[in-house]
Design a protein around this ligand. Structure first.
Ligand code: PLP
Length: 374
């Protein structure tokens, strides 16, 4: 049976060149980057070249890139240290953030008694910027944490605009860029932003590795303590094969960006056209001009089909997601859709279809045919 993988916002298949790079590092470059002998020095060289390559792709300096185990760790670190060390007294975020931000903010609220405010969400899933400006009129040491591209509905935040607003109000700005890194140009020299985070498995790199961009002189302190790795900001022997694989994956993502983007946009448009033909009453959760890698749709099926739809597609070899795949298996409705949809619509089946350059028009046809049999 042909497998159709349309769950790329959840995780992506590795590029063959990434596997090759990782295998080489695992086989030949097994030294500890902290060792002073030649194997160690060669490992250190790979580590620093990876950092430079990642920094170059984002127009940052190498010292501003700190390797972590994943996007979740990077988000936790930034929010926690902002409160603990930078003495932030308030976090402004939104109810449609990833749980790596939402739950961290809640824990910090309890632990440190900080204030957490939520910016309003418009019916199409976009952030209400007027409300953000209103919230910022309160004078308090603040961190704004708003994601770049929403992992469930693909809405896009204007990083430049929000960054300027944060700058004007003299507050810190963090953005969870896990879904956008490697998929759109991010110029950190130009963007007025303090912290962003990435996760390699979202851009055809390995799982279990990510990085944080920490703007120079931010004063951020480590989350845990031990060795001097990452200039003491993230202790623990570096997962060199993961890091080298991540750097390779990012480099390939950016060198193929325009062709991949064109191909994926074509697939997304084709899917919308096919849905319009076969299911004219379907609706897009979010906006039609949302991020090109994600399409979240409310299907005009009765609510009793909701429970079986993913299972039915899975039986046909099709992987898509309901709400956020990071919590697949959960029977709770998506916290993102819950902010946008009526109770009635929330009971109906919504699917998140997310693409990569590995997908084809045929994949979309297989999905549409399968949906027709429901
Ligand atoms: N933030 C967003 C927007 C995500 O989509 C995800 C993963 O789905 C994460 C954070 C967590 O990343 P990781 O799996 O690397 O912990």
């Amino acid at each position: 049976m042909k497998k159709v993988y349309l769950d790329n916002a959840s995780t992506t298949a590795l590029r063959p060149e990434v596997i090759q790079e990782m295998t080489k590092v695992l086989t030949e470059d097994y030294g500890n980057p902290s060792s002073t002998h030649s194997l160690g020095r060669s490992a250190k060289n790979i580590l620093e070249l990876s950092r430079k390559s990642i920094a170059k792709n984002l127009n940052a300096t190498a010292q501003e890139i700190i390797f972590t185990s994943c996007g979740t760790e990077a988000n936790n670190w930034i929010l926690r240290s902002a409160v603990k060390d930078l003495k932030v007294k308030r976090i402004i975020t939104s109810k449609i953030e990833h749980h790596a931000v939402l739950y961290t903010a809640l824990v910090l609220e309890k632990e440190y008694g900080i204030q957490v405010d939520y910016v309003g969400i418009k019916p199409n899933g976009e952030i209400d910027i007027t409300h953000l400006v209103e919230l910022l009129s309160q004078e308090k040491k603040t961190l704004v944490s708003l994601m770049h591209v929403n992992n469930e509905i693909g809405t896009i935040l204007d990083l430049e605009r929000i960054g300027r607003i944060c700058q004007e109000h003299n507050v810190l700005f963090h953005s969870d860029t896990v879904q956008s890194i490697g998929k759109t140009t991010i110029d950190l020299q130009k963007l007025p932003i303090d912290f962003i985070v990435a996760s390699a498995h979202k851009f055809h790199g390995p799982k279990g590795v990510g990085f944080a961009f920490i703007r120079k002189n931010s004063g951020l302190q480590p989350l845990f303590f031990g060795g001097e790795q990452e200039k003491g900001l993230r202790a623990g022997t570096e997962a060199l094969h993961q890091i080298a694989g991540m750097a390779k994956a990012l480099e390939l993502s950016y060198s193929n960006l325009e062709t991949d983007k064109e191909h994926i946009t074509e697939l997304r448009n084709y899917l919308i056209t096919q849905l319009e033909i076969e299911f004219p009453d379907f609706e897009i959760n979010g906006t039609v001009d949302g991020f090109y890698t994600v399409l979240n749709v409310l299907l005009p099926f009765s609510a009793d089909k909701t429970a079986m739809i993913l299972f039915h597609l899975d039986m046909k070899g099709i992987a898509v997601s309901r709400g956020s795949a990071c919590q697949s298996g959960s029977i709770k409705p998506s916290h993102v859709l819950a902010e946008m949809l009526s109770n009635e619509d929330l009971k109906k089946p919504s699917l998140r279809i997310s693409f990569s350059h590995f997908n084809t028009i045929e994949d979309i046809d297989v999905l549409i045919e399968a949906l027709k049999t429901i």
